[in-house]
Design a protein around this ligand. Structure first.
Ligand SMILES: Cc1cc2nc3c(=O)[nH]c(=O)nc-3n(C[C@H](O)[C@H](O)[C@H](O)COP(=O)(O)O)c2cc1C
Length: 161
């Protein structure tokens, strides 16, 4: 089963955390995951992916313009309806708006007919209610959480599909 982690990243933080999610997804037997910048997506791979996770840096307490434009304009060609979706963010500040950005991405996914998931509190610690948020001055300290999130998303996708 294929999976994709799509992101926008200007200074590398969101890309770095996308790659941690990929590592976690690939811990699930039979799952092949790849990360792509939204301006260099392997469309065939993404179309065939059962699970799509989207990541944004947070600008002004919400997603950046490129992610909003991607959601409104470019995402339709990826056959999103019916796929499992999730979202993550990177921020400079713990109260900088990470979860607001995640909510916006999950809302768009719902509008497009995707199934959204995170694991919530049902999987125990680390509890990830909506999606993981990494703070830029300590990115590596979030690696385990992002890998666990990727693993949970891939396990759920494997269970459904
Ligand atoms: C225009 C702009 C606005 C930003 N606004 C916020 C913000 O509201 N809250 C926050 O925590 N970080 C903010 N940041 C910091 C970025 O979200 C953070 O550095 C992020 O990790 C960058 O991701 P990237 O390296 O993948 O581009 C802002 C950065 C820029 C350039």
């Amino acid at each position: 089963m294929k999976a994709s982690v799509l992101y926008y990243s200007k200074t590398g933080h969101t890309k770095q955390m996308a790659e941690e999610i990929v590592k976690g997804m690939e811990k699930v037997e039979g799952v092949k995951a790849k990360a792509f910048s939204i301006d260099a997506i392997d469309e065939e791979w993404a179309q065939e992916s059962k699970c799509i996770i989207l990541g944004s840096p947070i600008y002004m307490a919400n997603v950046c313009t490129d992610i909003k434009a991607f959601l409104e304009k470019s995402s339709r060609k990826l056959n999103l309806p019916g796929k499992l979706g999730g979202a993550f963010a990177t921020v400079d500040y713990v109260h900088g708006g990470g979860e607001l950005g995640i909510r916006l991405m999950l809302d768009h996914m719902m509008v497009m007919g995707m199934l959204t998931y995170s694991g919530g509190g049902a999987k125990g610690k680390p509890v990830i209610h909506l999606g993981p948020v990494a703070v830029s001055d300590a990115l590596e300290s979030y690696n385990d959480t992002f890998q666990t999130y990727g693993q949970r998303m891939a396990e759920k996708a494997a269970e459904i599909f």
